[in-house]
Design a protein around this ligand. Structure first.
Ligand code: SF4
Length: 381
């Protein structure tokens, strides 16, 4: 039997409400270039038609912001904007969207001398003026380094958790209640722990659940389902996203997977921890977005999965990311990390950058590094 849902506050995002006992909303994100107005509007419509209650679009530049205004004219979807480093773009995009997502770990890049509290105050003022909801989106790969240093390394989830709690406190002090929080990690077990810890302290705040860089289907869906079912059956979670590495024309599968996960949980069809390669080789890859630097990224992630099947029994993580914005940080904890540039792929081993290789050279080089790790004594599980 499912526990009653946590008594979260309702947060209005256009025509849907997150929290407050409303049905759990499935979300997704466009992976097209935001400046490609037609393709992005088409994808927003396709995601919406598949059942996405909110569709997110990344905005990195004034050009993106201008494109978003044009996209708004072409779709009825409830739109959320993903602000990256340039939080100031909120002003230009807020009139066209229903929700603003900011990442506390990215507020430090732009105008570093300005306190983050001032930046949040500005975002709240913009959101209030335009009737937008806000998501405080904390991500394991982009936690503020100053926060990391502050907490016991034995508790690696503390910086994420404290960052979210700190932002909630400030939003409360500003008397802004139209916000939700997400705490995403690529490890489903950690998603469960950090969200449970947050929900214990703030059962009133609606939670957006997801496993970041879950990877390709079916593994990405299974990882997500394992985390989500452990949270939703405990009454935690008001909106979800299944992040999958799939080509643009298959992006609607994220929404279908999300709906199926919710239906399975409601019917008591739970996975437990079955279906994962428990303790063996773990491939994580981002779902891509408008920042992806080469359209060969999805194909590359798929080739990495195929190439490394022979190492399935080794407890190693290989991370494949689509861009230079988040790639370096998101690959930090992986044994081997790759992130795309326009014409080359960066390779990192245990946090050390080994160089940039062409799309043709990268796979043999990756294999050589993987073989070396195995030869150096990585034990099979
Ligand atoms: S790693 Fe880059 S391309 Fe991939 S989802 Fe994140 S921002 Fe987008």
């Amino acid at each position: 039997m499912q526990a009653p849902r946590n008594p979260t506050r309702p947060v209005r995002v256009g025509s849907v409400t997150i929290g407050g006992g409303h049905p759990i909303v499935v979300q997704s994100m466009c992976a097209t270039k935001t400046t490609d107005v037609e393709a992005t509007a088409r994808q927003a419509e396709a995601l919406s038609a598949a059942g996405a209650g909110v569709v997110r679009i990344a905005v990195d530049s004034h050009k993106d912001a201008k494109a978003l205004a044009a996209i708004r004219e072409l779709t009825q979807a409830n739109l959320s904007v993903d602000l990256q480093e340039n939080y100031r773009l909120a002003e230009s995009v807020a009139p066209h969207v229903q929700k603003i997502r900011y990442n506390p770990g990215h507020l430090y890049h732009h105008e570093p001398s300005r306190p983050w509290q001032d930046k949040v105050r500005y975002l709240v003022e913009v959101a209030t003026r335009h009737g937008c909801a806000v998501r405080v989106g904390v991500n394991c790969g982009s936690v503020d380094p100053a926060k990391r240093e502050k907490y016991d390394p034995a508790d690696p989830l503390a910086p994420m958790l404290q960052s979210a709690l700190e932002h909630c406190e400030l939003l409360d002090r500003l008397r802004f209640d139209q916000y939700c929080v997400s705490l995403k990690h690529s490890d489903p077990a950690r998603v469960v722990i950090v969200n449970r810890r947050f929900a214990e302290q703030r059962p009133d705040v609606p939670l957006h659940l997801g496993v970041t860089e879950a990877g390709m289907p079916p593994e990405g869906i299974i990882k997500t389902q394992i985390a989500l079912e452990q949270l939703i059956t405990r009454g935690i979670g008001d909106t979800i996203r299944v992040s999958l590495t799939v080509p643009n024309w298959r992006k609607h599968e994220e929404v279908e997977a999300g709906r199926k996960i919710l239906a399975d949980i409601a019917a008591g069809r739970l996975l437990g921890s079955s279906g994962t390669n428990e303790g063996g080789l773990n491939i994580i890859s981002c779902p891509s977005c408008s920042r992806v630097e080469n359209q060969r990224f999805v194909e590359l992630a798929d080739k990495v999965r195929e190439l490394t099947r022979y190492a399935a029994g080794y407890p190693l993580t290989i991370a494949v990311m689509g861009c230079r914005v988040n790639g370096p940080g998101e690959t930090d904890e992986a044994a081997l990390g790759l992130w795309c540039g326009p014409d080359y792929v960066n390779l990192k081993r245990a946090g050390t950058h080994l160089g940039a290789f062409s799309y043709e050279e990268i796979l043999p080089r990756l294999k050589a590094e993987l073989d070396a790790l195995i030869a150096a004594g990585t034990k099979r599980v």
